[in-house]
Design a protein around this ligand. Sequence first.
Ligand SMILES: Nc1ncnc2c1ncn2[C@@H]1O[C@H](COP(=O)(O)OP(=O)(O)O)[C@@H](O)[C@H]1O
Ligand SMILES: [Mg+2]
Length: 210
Amino acid sequence: MNDTANGSTLGNKTALRRELKRRRRTLSLYQQKQAATNLCQRLKQLPEIRRAKRISLYLPVNGEIDPTRLLPWLRQRKVSIYLPVLRPFSVNRLWFVAYREATPMVKNRFGIAEPCPRFAADKRNRLPAWALDTLIVPLVGFDKQANRMGMGGGFYDRSLAFMRQPGPTPTLIGVAHACQQVDALPIEPWDIPLDVVASDTMIVRPIKTG
Ligand SMILES: Nc1ncnc2c1ncn2[C@@H]1O[C@H](COP(=O)(O)OP(=O)(O)O)[C@@H](O)[C@H]1O
Ligand SMILES: [Mg+2]
C-alpha cells in the first residue's frame, strides 16, 4: 500500500467505504431477507450463472447481501461450489475451497466462517481462482460502470491479478444491495473490473467504450 503517493484518493475512499458500509448495516432483517430473495431471482436468470459449472460465492457478514439462497438451486444443477479462504503464508490472497454439506467450517481472523485449514490444505479440496468459471464477489460499493469497491484489503484484486495476463478469465459477478450504488467510484490501476453487478433491484453492466 502506498499511502503517501495516493493520500487524497485514499482519504476519499476510506470515507466512502465507511458511508456505504453504514448504509447496508442499517437494513432491517426483513429488508435483508427481501433483498436476498430478489437478488437470487435475478441471479438465476443471468446467463453467466446459468452456464456456470464451478462457482464461488461467500457467506455474508456485516450487512452484505446474502447470495446463499442460490445454494440449493446450484446443487440441484450439479454445480461445484467453492468458498473463498484466506491463504496462509500469503498476504491478502484467497484460494477457493469446496463447500459441500460435510465441509468442516471455522471462523477466520475476520470472524467469517470458512472451510477449516486442514480441509483447505488438501489440494483435492481447493482450486486456484483461475480454475473457477464464475465468481460471485461481495462488495462495499459499485457504480454505473460496474466498478467495484471492496473492503479495502485488495483480496480479490490480488487473487485475480492473473486476469491481466493472457489465459483463463473467470466471469466476475459483483452482488450488492441497491443502496450500495454510487455514480462513480475512484478506480485504481490494480482494480480488476467486474463483468456484471447484480443487486436486489437491478443488473448493471459496464458500457464498453473504444
Ligand atoms: N495485485 C495486487 N498486488 C499487490 N497489491 C495489491 C494488488 N491489488 C491491490 N493491492 C493493494 O491492496 C490495497 C487495497 O486495494 P483496494 O482496491 O483499495 O481495496 P478493495 O479492492 O478491497 O476495495 C491497495 O492499497 C493495493 O496496494
Ligand atoms: Mg480494489
